[in-house]
Design a protein around this ligand. Sequence first.
Ligand code: UDX
Length: 446
Amino acid sequence: MAPLKRRVVLVPYPFQGHLTPMLQLAALLHRRGFSITVAHTRFNSPTTSNYPQFAFAALSDGLEGRDMSFYNALNVISEMNANCQASFREHLLHVLEEEGEELVCVIYDNIMKFVDVVADSLNLPTIVLRTTAAAFMHSHLALFDLAAHKRIPLPECELELPVPNLHPLRYNDLPLHPTREIPESVQEFLESYMNIRSSAAVIWNTVEALDEWPLQQLQRQWPVPFFTIGPLHKMAPPLPTSLIEEDTMCLSWLDKRAPGSVIYVSLGSMAIIDEDELCEMARGLARSEQPFLWVVRTSLLNGSDAIASLPGDFGDVVRGRGLVVEWAPQRKVLEHPAVGGFFTHCGWNSTLESLCEGVPMICRPCFADQLVNARYLTHVWGVGVELGSVVEKGVEEAVRMLMKSDCGREMRERAAGMKLEIERCMGRGGSSSESLDHLLEFVDSL
Ligand code: UDX
């Protein structure tokens, strides 16, 4: 009799920064012999034709016509969790009936709470994939502690103070500003986000050497096995993950630039800035006199077209030196020898992708984990410079500092060292590669 096919069902949260690592994990498990199904919402559905090796199941998310912006995220999450449950259950029942197959477990993004509810009711084990750093997850405990001791709202003057037992974070770096009351709906969401329910284990897209202490602290909260197998974009075979079409022409533009001369600028897939900041960034980049490649996503401004909102003379001022694109093949850009620095919002994927290529960063965090990541980049790993202010002069100075000064050169050297350290963790006997082996043994034992 032919051996049973061992299938894993993976359920991503349908936004770029979460979808990417889940697809990478799927590719990694597929390479290790598992059959893969990705159960996804119709909203931001992955381009299924890119992955002939996977099966897909579209869930009825009921999100058509909804406001999918960051500001409406909590409502969307709650609707998605209510709406997807029935079709997910139907899908799992269907897989369970397949002959010659064994459904081993479901791996899901912890925001998709319905997954654990359904899997539990069918006696199927689940594993959580955490797509952020452990340091970010751990920082929530400080927020809960402040709330429990009725210390929110915290006075402005305390923002710069260190959070006890949470080095290197200040109150200012917590994922939510403690100077404002936390609405009940947000508090409830965070508590549920920090609860892994009945899941059997947690997979982390992080590297032990970067995140060791927060991982140890969280292990006390969640007494289940942790598998630290990041950075997934390097551990997995390469695969396309972009939800937006990439402008690959920028790679030939980079081919013509001197090594280490270009600053790459991108604020990821979700961050929104205002028109003033966009124009200050444009003028600062122009004044820095440094070559730059800038991703100006259409949705970077709330409501208006970002590219059309750039200062009128911007194109003329930076002609030949700067290139603006709507979306770049970021991993290839960061690997390119012409790129010497990354002006980033410090999303966790961007952070890992930059660290893996030894590219130092200018940190302009916008929300949530980005604040925590930025603090680690600037104050623990020493490979990032804080953007002092988003006005033109602040941008100009940060770019010059990173790209031209001795301080920038030292950061580049440290970044090169971190790249090697991460490679060691991924190599034979390294923490990520060993953890992956343990994960596979664990999944086999389920
Ligand atoms: C979101 C959150 O904002 C982030 O803080 C969290 O850590 C993950 O979810 P996002 O803002 O998109 O993600 O940031 P990030 O995590 O950096 O992910 C962006 C991804 O888009 C990266 O993998 C990056 O390579 C890719 N990207 C970005 C492109 O492929 N092209 C671009 O032009 C810009």
